[in-house]
Design a protein around this ligand. Structure first.
Ligand code: GDP
Ligand code: IMO
Ligand code: MG
Length: 428
């Protein structure tokens, strides 16, 4: 068997959680391969809404095993809050969630380092979610990280203290007064206490070699779906560096983040919104600073699932989409939030970039920094699509829009999401 992949093709928040949840019944296992609590994946069913940060989006289906892979960074405090909410809703995540012993733990001092780094950058700041992602991956690659597998070791507290002291030595050099810092209103000491309580709760979960579990599952004919976080344009290597996250959000991250060899990667579902959004700083060639941008933000409820920040909005960017399709080896495109554009007379699509009189259909090198966009206007549609169940029944304007994107990317759109609920999906 092969591992299918669901990942974002833009700057995150494409609706990955919704699509994973909607496609989950076809799978036995859902595995997160990178990122951490910077992610916010929204799932809506039976009039209930959940926002998952670290836990895979198959958790609400009892028959599915959910895996937090080695490529993920896990904050025990956020994780336990999520788990409590899932248990309150009547589910039993201890039974269908396993965690890689190799996934790295986000320590309270990593969050402190994140905040200090962003403050020091002033206007140039990345706009991080401040969840400690960058510093935790930094320690991982510096071979100084603390992994989930260490929590049962007798010297865990010692290992923790050693890392914390190293962080504190650096923090003191920056002149930061640690006593002044607050984590959601808590002092460092209070938050650290919470962190160790969360470590005790973490011990109730199976912490295993998930790479062995997954490879055995594949051998035994199980269907596995890998769930990405963030989006291609936030990838540490291929995103708009340095305004990126600290992991590989692209298909390559599945191999390293789960321990799956490349020949076992199957379908790659690339999720994209019918327009673009970005939360945080960095280039956004098609960004709208006008009333249209405001309308899309309002109709699409474009406010961050993790931080509540308003998302920047803009038209669909085909050069960026082509680039994302190329990088990920996308086999199937999935469009979300087409319903948000319902009622617009005209929809603009950026078909190419123009730089120094030359036209580009891919964002080669860093040209997005000083280029203009070439837009193609397309006729919109007015019919409500929120209850539409077949491709044929979609309005002509939307069908044309889908065809246009398929022609431009060479990939078929095999799913269209028509609203936030689990049931609002057209499989083509
Ligand atoms: P993720 O991080 O990629 O999982 O996406 P988020 O959950 O951060 O943001 C997507 C938002 O759009 C959430 O509020 C979803 O409930 C919502 N959503 C997903 N698909 C659709 C759709 O097709 N239409 C509408 N209107 N909302 C959607
Ligand atoms: P999901 O999985 C949207 C953005 C942040 C910031 C940059 C770096 O919900 O799609 P970090 O906290 O990683 O240091 O932030 O990346 N970012 C996201 N934007 N969706 C996400 O996740 C994001 N995770 C990080 O806003 O610009
Ligand atoms: Mg999100």
């Amino acid at each position: 068997m092969k591992v299918d992949v669901i990942l974002g093709l833009q700057w995150g928040d494409e609706g990955k959680g919704k699509i994973v949840d909607a496609l989950a019944p076809a799978y036995d296992i859902i595995a997160r391969f990178q990122g951490g609590p910077n992610a916010g994946h929204t799932i809506i069913f039976n009039d209930r809404k959940f926002v998952l940060h670290t836990v895979p989006s198959g958790i609400f289906r009892r028959e599915i095993t959910n895996v937090i892979g080695n490529g993920v960074v896990l904050d025990p405090v956020t994780f336990c809050k999520e788990i409590d909410a899932i248990i309150d809703a009547g589910f039993n995540p201890e039974e269908n969630l396993i965690i890689s012993g190799n996934c790295h733990l986000i320590m309270p001092s990593h969050r402190l380092l994140d905040a200090i780094s962003e403050t020091a950058m002033g206007d140039q700041k990345i706009g991080s979610t401040l969840k400690g992602i960058g510093p935790t991956y930094t320690d991982k690659y510096a071979r100084k990280g603390l992994r989930a597998g260490a929590i049962e070791m007798s010297d865990f507290q010692l290992q923790y203290n050693k890392r914390k002291e190293q962080h504190f030595d650096y923090i003191r050099l920056t002149g930061t007064d640690i006593a002044q810092f607050r984590f959601d209103g808590l002092t460092f000491g209070e938050y650290e206490k919470l962190w160790f309580e969360a470590i005790e709760k973490l011990k109730k979960f199976k912490i295993v070699a998930t790479e062995v579990f997954l490879n055995n599952a594949l051998k035994n004919g199980k269907q596995v779906l890998a769930e990405g976080a963030q989006g291609t344009l936030l990838d540490i290597d291929f995103g708009s560096y340095p305004f990126v996250t600290s992991s590989n959000t692209t298909t390559g991250g599945v191999c390293t983040g789960l321990g799956i060899a490349p020949q076992y990667v199957g379908k790659v579902f690339g999720i994209f919104k019918a327009y673009c959004t970005r939360v945080g700083n960095g280039p956004f060639p098609t960004e709208l600073h006008d009333e249209m941008g405001e309308l899309i933000r309002k109709n699409g409820n474009e406010f961050g699932s993790t931080t509540g920040r308003p998302r920047r909005t803009g038209w669909l960017d085909l050069p960026a989409l082509r680039y994302a399709v190329m990088l990920n080896g996308v086999t199937d495109l999935v469009m979300t939030k087409a319903d948000v554009l319902t009622g617009l007379e005209t929809i603009q699509v950026c078909s190419s970039y123009k730089c120094a009189g030359k036209e580009y259909i891919m964002p080669e090198l860093a040209i997005e920094n000083d280029c203009s966009t070439v837009n193609q206007p397309l006729k919109g549609w007015t019919d409500d699509i929120s209850k539409t169940e077949t491709l044929e029944a979609l309005p002509d304007g939307l069908k044309n829009y889908l065809n246009f994107i398929q022609m431009a990317t060479g990939i078929q759109v095999t799913c269209v999401s028509t609203g936030p609920d689990r049931t609002q999906i057209i499989k083509i």
